[in-house]
Design a binder for this molecule. Structure first.
Ligand code: PXP
Length: 250
């Protein structure tokens, strides 16, 4: 089935804050990065307020809501503290992600199937407050069905396993992971869910994901912030946008 509209790019600015926090102080400023991303054609800005505030801070979220002209996708764990913050700010979108204190990054998708009841109650007030709720999950039928049952409008498929296999040169595994993403994007879309994807995407891995007709949004951060060192943030984003459009239309 065809997808409506163009493929959106959400730029995740967490790691601008990581570099700032390495020294304390104010530089580089994530808000400035968000504005630059917006000017370079980002369709949204994504920021993950982690429990330990290792990168984005509460003040960053408030600042983003003040300065952005594009929607904020607020990533958060399913905790009471984060729910209160989201209900206070009512961001355009909320993406529920798993979070472990010791992990370097969000390692896997959310375990929805085993926590269906709790998560259904957790997301209901967020939806009532007007935020579009997305659930970050592995390309797994059980999890997608559970996300649909709890009332999520969007699922974001975790592309990390595909990107890791690609980075390590395990081509067969990368192709298997890609195949799972293809099948599960179609499966989720047929259930009526809006499909997003992200994690670990680079210029080398984005095209097959951007080509999936059911996918409506990609969220990309770490690679773009790294590439900004060499190209500048605007040009780094523009190149990603070009590759996405080429894959989508070509
Ligand atoms: N999508 C979600 C739900 C995430 O949690 C993250 C960051 O961990 C990303 C996308 C972006 O991943 P990356 O920074 O690897 O591009």
């Amino acid at each position: 089935m065809a997808t409506q509209g163009k493929l959106r790019l959400g730029v995740n600015i967490d790691h601008v804050a990581t570099v700032r926090n390495a020294r304390g102080g104010a530089y580089p400023d994530p808000l400035r990065a968000a504005r630059a991303a917006q000017e370079a054609g980002a369709d949204g800005i994504t920021a993950h307020l982690r429990e330990d505030r290792r990168h984005i801070t509460d003040a960053d979220i408030e600042g983003l809501l003040d300065v952005l002209n594009v929607p904020l996708n607020f990533e958060m764990a399913a905790t009471d503290e984060m729910q209160k913050i989201a209900l206070r700010h009512k961001p355009h979108a909320v993406c529920i992600v798993p979070e472990k204190r010791e992990e370097r990054t969000t390692e896997g998708g959310l375990e929805v199937a085993r926590e269906e009841n709790r998560l259904a109650h957790f997301i209901a007030p967020l939806r009532e407050a007007g935020s579009r709720v997305s659930i970050f999950i592995a390309a797994d039928k059980r999890q997608i069905e559970a996300a649909n049952r709890i009332g999520a409008e969007v699922i974001e498929l975790h592309t990390g396993a595909y990107c890791d296999a690609f980075a390590e040169g395990h081509w067969e595994k990368a192709e298997q992971e890609l195949q799972k993403l293809r099948e599960m994007a179609a499966f989720g879309h047929d259930l009526g869910l809006e499909i997003h994807a992200g994690h670990g995407l680079t210029y080398d891995t984005v095209s097959p994901i951007a080509a999936l007709s059911q996918v409506q949004e990609l969220n990309i951060g770490h690679f773009l912030v790294g590439e900004a060192i060499f190209l500048g943030l605007g040009p780094a984003i523009e190149e990603m946008r070009r590759l996405m459009d080429e894959a989508r239309n070509g």
